[in-house]
Ligand binder design. Structure first.
Ligand SMILES: NC(=O)C1=CN([C@@H]2O[C@H](COP(=O)(O)OP(=O)(O)OC[C@H]3O[C@@H](n4cnc5c(N)ncnc54)[C@H](O)[C@@H]3O)[C@@H](O)[C@H]2O)C=CC1
Ligand SMILES: O=C(O)C(=O)COP(=O)(O)O
Length: 436
C-alpha cells in the first residue's frame, strides 16, 4: 500500500533507466485516508492494526467477523456496499469462494469513490481482472497493487501487469523466512490436532467451515454427536436404520445456518456405535450413503431473544423397533430424542413425548415407570450397593402418578446384575442403559 501510494516501484525503475522524474511520481499520503479491509480474519485484522498506526481511518467488511473483535481494534464493521463506497483504499483479505469470486466487478467498481486504490494480496479470482483494467483506464481506480492473479503466473502480455498504474509482485505475501517457518508449525499443529480427533477448519478435503463458525458451533457439534449415539442405542438390534430426520430449531434465518458439520456429527454418532467405520467431516456424507442411511434435515425458525446459533436439535429415526418404547412418538416406531445446549453443556431435553433435563455426559440409564413415591430411592440404592456413582437424576412425567421417565446419569457402567435389579423394581416398566 505504501509502495503503491508513493510510486516506489515505478520511480525505482525510472531511475534505473537513467531518469530523474520528481514531478511524475508525486504520490498520496496514507494519513487521514479511509482504508476498507475486506475480510477481517488473521491477515485483515493485522493490516487494520498497522493501518491505524499509520493514522488511517479503518473500516472493515466481513459477514462472519465478531463485532467485539473489530471494536477492540477500533474498526467499524460495515456492509459491503458501505465499505467499498466510502474507502480511499480497499484491501482484500477474504478467501476465494463461490461468494467472493469476482466480487470486485464492473458493478461494484462503479460504486467506489473516483480515484480509489485497490490492494489484493488474497486471491486473484476475487477481482474480475478485465473489469479492473476498465476501471483503471476510466480513472475510477487510480492505482492497484496486486500480489495475486487469476492465473499464476499471469500471461506475459497481461494488460493488468503491464498497466502503468499497477504495482505487481509474484505472490510474495507469505514469502518471508519467518512466515515460512510459522506456516510449517501451523500445518504440523493442524495435523496433530486432526490425528487427535479435533475438528479442523483447514482440511482441504472437507467442506469449508470458517474458524469463527466452527468455534460458535462447537458445543452443538458435541450435542449432535451425543444425540446420534443416544438415538441409535434406542434401536432394538442397533441396525436397520434407513432414514433419520434431523430438525434444527433456531431464531436465525435457515439460510444462515450451516449444518454440514452437525449432520456429519449426527452421522458419526449413529454409525460409529454399530460399525468399525471411523466417521469424520471428510467422509460422513459418503459413509452415510454407503450404508444406505438417508439424513433429512429440516430447519425451523423460532422467535427467540437469545442470539445462539441453534435452540434445539431433534433426531428422529423412523421405521425401526425401539428398545425403549417410550422413545417412540408414533405408531410406525419413530424414535424421537431432542437436546439443547445449556451454559455450554449439551443436554437431553426430550425422549419421545417425555420432557427431561439431563446433561449428556458419562452414561445414562433411562427408566419408564409409574410416577409414585420412592422410585428415586429404590433405583439409587441399587446403584449405591455396587458403588455406581449417580451424577444427576431427572424425572419427566405426563401427569401426576401417571407414566414417567427417569433419566439417571452415572459415572460408571453398572454390571448386568445391577441393571437386572433395576428392571425388577415393580414400578419400573422398561429401562435401557445408554453409553455416550
Ligand atoms: N498473498 C499471499 O501470499 C497470501 C495470501 N493469503 C490469502 O489472504 C486471505 C486471508 O487470509 P487469512 O487472513 O489467513 O484468512 P482468514 O480465514 O483468517 O480470514 C479470512 C476472512 O475472510 C472472511 N470472509 C469470508 N467470506 C467473506 C466475504 N464474502 N466477504 C468478506 N469477508 C469474508 C472470513 O470471515 C475471515 O474472517 C486468504 O485468501 C489467503 O489465502 C494469505 C497469506 C498469504
Ligand atoms: O498462505 C497463503 O494463502 C498464500 O497465498 C501463501 O502462498 P505460498 O505459501 O507463499 O505459496
Amino acid at each position: 500500500m505504501s509502495s503503491m501510494a508513493r510510486n516506489v516501484a515505478q520511480a525505482d525503475a525510472s531511475m534505473k533507466a537513467g531518469k530523474w522524474e520528481r514531478t511524475k511520481y508525486v504520490g498520496v499520503s496514507l494519513v487521514g485516508k479511509t482504508l476498507a479491509v475486506m475480510g477481517f480474519g488473521k491477515v485483515g485484522s493485522e493490516v487494520a492494526r498497522r493501518a491505524k498506526g499509520l493514522g488511517m481511518h479503518v473500516i472493515a467488511h466481513d459477514p462472519y467477523a465478531p463485532a467485539d473483535r473489530a471494536r477492540a481494534i477500533g474498526v467499524d464493521l460495515l456492509s459491503f456496499d458501505e465499505a467499498i463506497s466510502t474507502a480511499d483504499f480497499i484491501s482484500l483479505h477474504m478467501p476465494l469462494t463461490p461468494t467472493t469470486s469476482k466480487i470486485l466487478n464492473d458493478e461494484n467498481f462503479a460504486k467506489m469513490k473516483k480515484g480509489v486504490r485497490i490492494i489484493n494480496v488474497a486471491r486473484g479470482g476475487v477481482i474480475d481482472e478485465e473489469a479492473l483494467v476498465r476501471a483503471l483506464d476510466n480513472g475510477t481506480v487510480a492505482q492497484a497493487a496486486l500480489d495475486v492473479f487469476t492465473v499464476e503466473p499471469p500471461p506475459k502480455d497481461s494488460k493488468l501487469v503491464q498497466h502503468e498504474n499497477v504495482t505487481v509482485t509474484p505472490h510474495l505475501g507469505a514469502s518471508t523466512k519467518e512466515a515460512q517457518e510459522g506456516v510449517a508449525i501451523e500445518i504440523a499443529e493442524a495435523v496433530v490436532g486432526a490425528l487427535n480427533g479435533e475438528l479442523s477448519a483447514t482440511a482441504v478435503n472437507a467442506p469449508m467451515v470458517p474458524a469463527e463458525v466452527l468455534s460458535e458451533l462447537a458445543p452443538y457439534v458435541v450435542l449432535a454427536e451425543k444425540l446420534g449415539r443416544l438415538a441409535v442405542q434406542l434401536v432394538a438390534g442397533g441396525s436397520g436404520i434407513k432414514s433419520v430426520k434431523v430438525v434444527y430449531t433456531s431464531s436465525r434465518d435457515p439460510s444462515d445456518l450451516d449444518t454440514r458439520l452437525l449432520r456429519a456429527m449426527i452421522t458419526k454418532g449413529i454409525i460409529e456405535p454399530i460399525s468399525d467405520t471411523v466417521v469424520n467431516l471428510v467422509n460422513a456424507d459418503f459413509t452415510a450413503k454407503q450404508k444406505g442411511l438417508r439424513i433429512i434435515e429440516e430447519r425451523v425458525m423460532i422467535d427467540s431473544s437469545t442470539d445462539c446459533p441453534i435452540d434445539s436439535i431433534q433426531v428422529q429415526i423412523a421405521n425401526v423397533e425401539s428398545k425403549f418404547a417410550s422413545a417412540t412418538t408414533s405408531d410406525n416406531g419413530q424414535i424421537n430424542v431432542a437436546g439443547k445446549v445449556k451454559y455450554g453443556v449439551p443436554h437431553l431435553t426430550c425422549v419421545g413425548s417425555f420432557s427431561v433435563d439431563v446433561s449428556l455426559e458419562g452414561s445414562i440409564i433411562l427408566c419408564r415407570q409409574v410416577d409414585q413415591p420412592g422410585m428415586i430411592g429404590s433405583v439409587g440404592s441399587i446403584l449405591g450397593e455396587t458403588n455406581v456413582n449417580v451424577n444427576f437424576m431427572s424425572v419427566g412425567r405426563i401427569g401426576l402418578r401417571k407414566k414417567a421417565i427417569m433419566a439417571i446419569g452415572v459415572d460408571e457402567e453398572p454390571d448386568k446384575e445391577t441393571l437386572k435389579k433395576i428392571g425388577d423394581v415393580p414400578a419400573v416398566e422398561e429401562f435401557v442403559f445408554l453409553d455416550l
